[in-house]
Design a protein around this ligand. Structure first.
Ligand SMILES: Cc1ncc(COP(=O)(O)O)c(C=O)c1O
Length: 381
């Protein structure tokens, strides 16, 4: 299989597996236990907290461990609004957020809050001006993703963060697709809450983090009650092995992020060029403006999407986000850009990783172009 589905999940880094193994095989102490083994586990947890914080330019005490970005997003949005205790607060977000954000905000709407849903332009961009125009005196929170998981489009987080901070509006950013590729430095970008997932940056699945700014304090009501771990914000025994794996993966990303991003962006362009040439321009690239290096989203007019995917058994690719693929509906992100259902369905999200090779790119481009040509010959558009 050629893996071009890294936006769905990344393989576990060797460094992460090495770091995790002792905590799975020999050391099982609860990091909250007050004995020597427990203290050792706690030390490992805190070292990893420092490694993940370093990747983001954050202080270790700003990070709360969670089970992944979905939980981080739920805690950030529900926790912030519950703490404020205001009914009917105004929120701003976009129609092409990850389902974890969309469905959490819909739940908050059902609780009486009001959301302004921003519509992206045909390239998938949300402008800073659009966000500014949506703000109202009673706006409590803005939630946007840093990088869109289907298109790779980068939102204007750096421009918005200082303005929202100055207006006292909480800013939550879903950085699940950004952390492995963009030089994020929260000392320069004053967001209040930021969600991360380890398995998008070569760490294990089932562990994530929420950055919670301490100055000024972003206050949250916990959504899980229990032993009071993680400064009372997220109860539950900490999974030491997952956490040290996340820390080691973050360290490995930090060591190669900018060089890896340049290499992967070049491979992504090679893929686009090869597809465009093989199909004589009869294809459409989705997503414009500044984009993260690892995602290429392409639509193939006149082709049945399901038949196309069925003709690519050697490629791990998706038609949209992995979670939306489960519903077998055309991508809501592409539909929000104005694509008809058939064109949205005849689209591939090809997402590269740091292990992707030029030979894999060339083979993938040939396989996709061949499948598209064959289907078009059978049923010309
Ligand atoms: C942008 C974005 N946000 C949130 C998530 C959810 O992450 P997790 O599955 O780790 O909870 C994902 C992963 O699919 C994502 O791509």
């Amino acid at each position: 299989m050629i893996d071009l589905d890294h936006a769905a999940t990344t393989p576990l880094a060797a460094e992460a597996l090495d770091a995790m193994w002792p905590w799975l095989s020999q050391r099982h102490a609860n990091p909250a236990s007050d004995h020597a083994d427990g203290r050792r586990a706690r030390q490992a947890v805190e070292q990893a907290r420092g490694e993940v914080a370093d990747l983001m330019g954050a202080a270790p005490a700003d990070l709360v461990w969670t089970s992944g970005a979905t939980e981080s997003i739920n805690l950030a949005l529900k926790g912030a609004l519950e703490f404020r205790g205001v009914r009917g607060a105004h929120l701003v977000s976009s129609r092409i957020e990850h389902k974890a954000t969309l469905d959490t905000l819909r739940w908050l709407e059902a609780q009486g809050h009001r959301v302004t849903w921003l519509t992206p332009d045909r390239e998938g961009r949300i402008s800073a001006d659009q966000v500014r125009a949506a703000l109202r005196p009673d706006t409590a929170l803005v939630s946007l993703m840093w990088v869109n998981n289907e298109l790779g489009v980068i939102n204007p987080i750096e421009a918005l963060a200082p303005e929202l901070r100055a207006r006292g509006i909480l800013f939550h950013v879903d950085a699940a697709q950004a952390a492995a590729w963009l030089p994020i430095d929260l000392r320069q970008v004053p967001v209040d809450l930021l969600s991360l997932s380890a398995h998008k940056l070569y760490g294990p699945k089932g562990i994530g983090a929420l950055y919670v700014c301490r100055r000024p304090r972003a206050r949250l009501s916990p959504q899980l009650h229990g032993g009071g771990q993680e400064q009372g914000m997220r109860s539950g025994t900490l999974p030491t092995h997952q956490i040290v794996g996340f820390g080691a993966a973050a360290r490995a990303v930090a060591a190669q992020r900018s060089e890896g991003a340049t290499r992967v962006a070049a491979l992504r362009e090679r893929l686009w060029r090869a597809l465009s040439e093989a199909l004589a321009g009869q294809l459409q690239r989705n997503g414009g403006g500044p984009v993260a290096p690892h995602i290429l989203n392409v639509s193939f007019d006149g082709v049945d999407g399901e038949a196309l995917r069925a003709r690519l058994p050697g490629l791990a690719v998706s038609s949209g986000a992995a979670c939306s693929s489960a519903t077998r509906e055309p991508s809501f992100v592409l539909r929000a850009l104005g694509h008809a259902d058939a064109l949205a369905d005849a689209s591939l999200r090809l997402s590269l990783g740091r292990g992707t090779t030029a030979a894999e790119i060339d083979a993938a481009a040939a396989a996709v172009a061949d499948a598209v040509r064959t289907l078009r010959n059978w049923a010309p558009a």
